[in-house]
Write a protein that binds this ligand. Structure first.
Ligand code: SF4
Length: 346
């Protein structure tokens, strides 16, 4: 057994995490859902989403048969919505092609939308006890620091090297404990900032600790200038309802509810008259907010419009009047929810 696996397996008994909801099962579906939710997201945030999701969709078939709108609603606020859409797509494939049972081979798992090599490795290790490595961002950091690899993440040569190291450290037994301990070490001890080397089980042989390189490995990413996109949006309400736009499945906030949006602000009067045959209105408020994404910032300028009627004016098919009492249940991204909470509706 390698030094890393030996140290981590014995460390985990007393210091690792044992009570996470997805640790109480070997059900590949439950492990899969948790692994997808945990991508780019902290454990503490995931727990409540995971429990609610599993209560609503306890099996692959339940997810495959669900309405996509409901899936997106339960994911709303967790971000990176392509994960939810891929999970849903993959559930349909598993339901149709594998009779609702997640396949147990890396090859078949990786062929499903949204499952990469590391996620497939975690599913194989946790559900089927297979000796497969994982290599998420935390694990990459641990290995780079332990071996003293002074480089940046994202370099394909380094990635290849890290996969080889991850593979070479796999223990013959206790793969589940080892995999969990590696995840736990990366997120609770060998953190990006303020690594706690003094309580780390790898401290004696870790090159970064021995050479004082902890704060410099991995090397920081080369900073790219993040572009800012601008859109304009109209928040239209009448006495009882608010007008929403269901975003197309691909693109920002795909499949979620937002407000009618434009690359350039149209004439409000023309737009209301053309789309809702509304002639009378008042502009209640104007403002802007910025949402951050991985590769760009989105600056959203909004106008809040009040129509003085309770009648539901007919609207184009991609727009929906939603009763105000129901908007909190909608599948909306977090920035739109925040905006709704900020606005005073009539
Ligand atoms: S000794 Fe420090 S740098 Fe090395 S693996 Fe442990 S926490 Fe990370």
């Amino acid at each position: 057994m390698s030094y890393i696996s030996k140290q981590l397996i014995s460390w985990h008994k007393n210091y690792g995490r044992h009570n996470l909801p997805w640790q109480q099962t070997r059900d590949p579906y439950a492990i899969w859902v948790s692994e997808i939710m945990l991508q780019q997201t902290q454990v503490t945030t995931v727990i409540k989403y995971y429990q609610k999701f599993m209560d609503n969709f306890p099996t692959v078939s339940a997810l495959a048969e669900a309405d996509e709108e409901k899936v997106m609603k339960l994911w709303a606020g967790l971000g990176y919505y392509a994960r939810a859409r891929n999970l849903y797509k993959s559930a349909t494939i598993v339901s149709n092609e594998y009779k609702g049972v997640l396949p147990s081979s890396m090859e078949n798992l990786i062929a499903l939308p949204g499952i990469g090599r590391s996620t497939a490795g975690a599913i194989c290790a946790f559900s089927f006890g297979q000796l497969k490595p994982i290599l998420d961002g935390n694990v990459k950091r641990v290995l780079m620091r332990f071996y003293g690899i002074k480089d940046r993440l994202g370099n394909s040569k380094i990635e290849k090297n890290l996969w080889e190291l991850a593979e070479s450290n796999l223990p013959k037994f206790n793969i589940e404990i080892y995999t969990q301990s590696l995840m736990d070490l990366g997120s609770t001890i060998c953190k990006r900032k303020n690594a706690e080397c003094c309580v780390c089980p790898l401290t004696t042989n870790c090159q970064s600790n021995l050479n004082n390189w902890v704060d410099t490995i991995p090397l920081p990413k080369i900073k790219k200038i993040i572009p800012t996109k601008e859109i304009f949006t109209l928040i239209v309400e009448n006495k009882k309802n608010i007008l929403f736009f269901k975003k197309p499945p691909k693109g920002i906030w795909g499949g979620l509810w937002a407000f009618p949006e434009f690359d350039q602000l149209p004439s409000t009067q023309d737009w209301l008259s053309k789309n809702l045959q509304a002639k009378k209105y008042t502009v209640e408020n104007k403002g802007e907010f910025t949402a951050k994404f991985t590769h760009f910032k989105l600056r959203v300028f909004y106008q809040h419009i009040l129509l003085p009627s309770t009648i539901l004016l007919p609207c184009p098919k991609e727009l929906y009047w939603i009763p105000k009492i129901e908007i909190n249940d909608g599948a909306m991204p977090a920035p739109i929810k925040k905006l709704i909470n900020k606005i005073t509706f009539a």
